[in-house]
Design a binder for this molecule. Structure first.
Ligand code: HPA
Length: 233
């Protein structure tokens, strides 16, 4: 047991899929894994372990934002010796050529969070994806003929900005999308010598104000999980 995860040692697999929403974790476990056990219910942050094509894999919610995700990722990496974490989440497009439903693989992530300023005494750190996972996910997406882009993203601490133009600076400097977690994930994976990747589906666009219907979300979400499960084999 760790402070926020009630699993026994050995109940969590070396590879963990990490959607933000714990109910998505439950759905992935129930529809895509076999022989599942639930290893965590603390604070409703559901976590499950099962098998995918015979390989042991876990799936757990991270919650929203870098601080919440960081609590769970810290405990998964330090207490449960997890080796691979793949975030499967949604994001907002910052570029006009990204459409709702497109896939983005976050190669690196800028952030307006101060979490790494605190960690590195005011200096900058460049959180990056694991190249092996990134390449495999890219190939899996191309094989499926999905629209996929690889590049830098923004992990923001804010969803509701006061300044509605705020995102444009990041867009100008090439950030593909905005979400709220990956900078925390990539930094902690580096600290604990683990591999991490964020596979993101565009759920809305800050450029066009388009947003995914709930039917579209239902359709798009399993694809990310499928790719994540496939590349961990
Ligand atoms: N902003 C931040 N996080 C998000 C967004 C967004 O527009 N869409 C999905 N996750």
């Amino acid at each position: 047991m760790s402070i926020h995860i009630s699993a026994e040692q050995g109940q969590i697999a070396e590879t963990v899929l990490l959607p933000g929403d714990p109910l998505r974790a439950k759905n992935i476990a129930e529809t895509m894994l076999k022989d599942i056990i639930c290893f965590n219910q603390v604070r409703g942050m559901l976590g499950f372990t099962g098998t995918y094509n015979g390989k042991r894999v876990s799936v757990m919610g991270s919650g929203m934002g870098i601080p919440t995700l960081s609590i769970y990722v810290n405990e998964l990496l330090s207490e449960y010796k997890v080796k691979n974490i793949i975030r499967v989440g949604t994001c907002g497009a910052l570029q006009p050529d990204l459409k709702v439903g497109d896939l983005v693989l976050a190669m690196t992530t800028s952030t307006d969070s101060h979490i790494n300023k605190l960690r590195f005494n005011g200096m900058d750190y460049a959180p990056s994806a694991d190249f092996d996972l990134l390449l495999k996910a890219y190939n899996a997406a191309v094989f499926r003929k999905v629209n996929v882009k690889v590049g830098g993203i923004l992990s923001s601490d804010t969803f509701y900005y006061d300044d509605l133009e705020y995102w444009k600076k990041w867009a100008q400097y090439g950030a593909l999308v905005v979400e709220m977690e990956s900078a925390g994930l990539y930094t902690l994976a580096a600290k604990f010598n683990a591999k991490a990747l964020s596979i993101l589906t565009v759920s809305d666009s800050l450029v066009t104000h388009a947003s995914a219907s709930s039917e579209q979300c239902e359709k798009d979400f399993p694809l990310m999980a499928e790719i994540a499960l496939e590349i961990t084999e």
